[in-house]
Design a protein around this ligand. Structure first.
Ligand SMILES: Cc1cc2nc3c(=O)[nH]c(=O)nc-3n(C[C@H](O)[C@H](O)[C@H](O)COP(=O)(O)OP(=O)(O)OC[C@H]3O[C@@H](n4cnc5c(N)ncnc54)[C@H](O)[C@@H]3O)c2cc1C
Length: 548
């Protein structure tokens, strides 16, 4: 894979040769040298995601810092016959933005990271697509507002543009659905550099305030895996931050009881978000939690309470509760309720208690729910197992009624694969969550002994990495995990599941009827006729046609 490092790390000069160098020189003219890199390490970093390392290496990494520059960059790259791989925080694991062909430019959007305008009169916020969820929430908190969906747990690093391109679960999703449901308007750069704006945008044409004007053009770019256009600027709806929060956690004897209760919590719309763990994931969490993170977390819990005394009281309860209150074989669920009044929140928690009791649930310390809310965007150290193992999830979005059956089918697969898992040191856990009032998400998670790649080293905190062993390459174990992920996806297909993060991993194309698929292809042909953006994403053609 490697080329000559000395050659690739040389500074770009105005006079270069070869298509890559000619393009790099044009990009330097647009962005200056700081925005263009041919450094081999950087190019390699951008040729891998959390799950995979591409066979190919991107030829250039280009980092525009604003809409106009982005437009000029896209026109230059597509005009030169290169593919474009837009990349936000790089925190996905479905080979969505890694190169599939030799001539690929990685478009690093993380430098387009400004919060452009907070408008509390119109209740909108406009950000550049590379803004992280954590940065947006930090900017909005002092103003007493937030977006309805307000981030995935990876939000310290993952971006709003990435979250809309592949949709997200977690904060606010229980009441408000996925990331795209908060969108008011998008400003999108097409692969040839054209700029497309969606939504009703006010008298000056640049003050977006309402999404639904005619066909939902913004919707086309939500969940598109970055194949239709490059999100440059995003306007989201604001809500006033709820004044009251409450937390409750339950343990259940079986996955079926847990998922039956979760479905009913969901129908009743009781929580702003919830998450649940099987016994396997609980064991991992307990092993991983170090004293250092606990102390940090307690600090965050104290800071979040309205006064020091109640903060200290909560922290003391958490410290005393420890992590031993969930029995080894139990399934636990953690709900966060929020609302306008203390009584309303208390009523939601009581309703949850009644639903849990009907499924044999036992109320436990609400530590985990509290900690999740106090520190919503922690460092992404959980992308490694407690012994430095690799980590990769796979998931299905399933109807409320089908959750238990899907879970049973995946469990049956894992029982069948147990001998192979044991031979290769693979172990599993499950994360469960819910979406709005109408879906559950079942997310099996794999841990296995395998060497880390550069993206992991660049993301996990150095002090956390220092505590972990360095594991040897283990292609055989990775192949077992790849096979298990493939078979889980097959099972999800049989249940007619939906998926986030489609990228190049989930069978979107195969699940569409002919009319729907021809529409997708026609939209692609209209928006990106050269097939420049993420070739192969969503199951579209892997071969760019290049400039006419
Ligand atoms: C530890 C950890 C925890 C996680 N927790 C959650 C969670 O709670 N909920 C959840 O939903 N996911 C979670 N994820 C998954 C992942 O972080 C999310 O899917 C996130 O949305 C990825 O955003 P990103 O900016 O990193 O996107 P990237 O990985 O950079 O890109 C994802 C896709 O979007 C495209 N893209 C990115 N930016 C743009 C743009 N501006 N225009 C067009 N296309 C673009 C890329 O080409 C690619 O196809 C987690 C991941 C990790 C590692």
């Amino acid at each position: 894979m490697a080329a000559d490092t000395t050659e690739l790390q040389r500074p770009l000069s105005a006079v270069e040769s070869g298509p890559r160098d000619a393009l790099a020189a044009v990009l330097v003219q647009i962005l200056g040298p700081a925005g263009v890199s041919v450094d081999l390490d950087r190019r390699r970093l951008h040729s891998q995601d959390v799950w995979s390392v591409a066979d190919e290496t991107v030829e250039i990494v280009v980092a525009p810092t604003g809409l106009e520059d982005l437009s000029r960059v896209a026109a230059a790259v597509s005009g030169a016959g290169f593919s474009i791989a837009p990349r936000g925080g790089g925190m996905s694991y479905t080979s969505a933005y890694i190169p599939t062909g030799a001539k690929t430019v990685s478009l690093d959007l993380s430098h387009m990271n400004r919060v452009l305008k907070v408008n509390t009169d119109d209740m909108t916020v406009t950000v550049e697509a590379g803004c992280t969820w954590a940065a947006l929430d930090a900017a909005l908190a002092p103003l007493g507002v937030r977006t309805p969906f307000w981030g995935p747990m990876s939000g310290l690093t993952s971006t709003i543009g990435g979250g809309l391109s592949q949709l997200n679960a977690m904060f606010g999703a229980g009441h408000y659905g996925t990331s795209s449901e908060s969108v008011v308007a998008l400003t999108v750069v097409l692969s040839d550099g054209r700029i497309l704006r969606t939504g009703a945008r006010g008298a000056d044409g640049d003050t977006p305030f309402y999404r639904n004007y005619g066909p939902d053009l913004a919707g086309l770019f939500c969940g598109d895996a970055g194949v239709f256009g490059i999100k440059a600027e995003i306007t989201l709806r604001l809500i006033r931050r709820p004044q009251h929060e409450g937390y409750v956690s339950f343990a259940f004897a079986s996955g079926e009881a847990l998922l039956t209760a979760m479905a009913e919590f969901t129908r009743a719309g009781l929580s702003s978000e919830m998450c649940a763990f099987d016994p396997g994931l609980t064991k991992v969490r307990m092993k991983r939690a170090s004293l250092a993170t606990d102390v940090k977390t307690l600090g965050a819990v104290i800071a979040k309470e309205k006064n020091l005394v109640s903060g200290l009281f909560s922290a003391a309860k958490i410290a005393m509760g420890g992590r031993e209150y969930i029995e080894a074989e139990e399934y636990s669920v953690h709900l966060i309720a929020e609302g306008r009044s203390k009584t309303g929140v208390a009523e939601d928690l009581d309703a949850a208690r009644a639903i849990a009791a009907a499924q044999g649930g036992r109320e436990i310390e609400n530590t985990i729910a509290k900690v999740i809310r106090a520190n919503p965007f922690p460092p992404l150290n959980s992308m490694l197992g407690p012994e430095g193992e690799r980590w990769a999830p796979v998931h299905g979005v399933v109807s409320l009624s089908q959750g238990p059956a899907l879970f049973a089918a995946i469990q049956a697969l894992f029982s069948e694969m147990t001998p192979e898992f044991e031979r290769h040191g693979v172990y599993t856990g499950y994360l469960f969550t819910a979406m709005s009032t109408n879906a559950l998400i079942i997310e099996p998670v794999f841990y296995w002994p395998e060497a880390r790649h550069a993206l992991i080293d660049a993301t996990v905190e150095p002090q956390h990495l220092a505590r972990l062993p360095t594991l040897a390459p283990n292609a055989a174990a990775t192949a077992v995990v790849a096979e298990a992920r493939r078979r889980v996806i097959e099972i999800c297909s049989a249940f007619g599941c939906g998926h986030f993060q489609i990228g190049r991993a989930y069978p979107y194309r195969e699940s569409r009827d002919e009319a729907a698929w021809s529409l997708v292809e026609a939209v692609k042909a209209a928006l990106d006729p050269t097939g420049t953006l993420n070739p192969g994403g969503l199951g579209l053609s892997t071969t760019p046609t290049g400039p006419a």
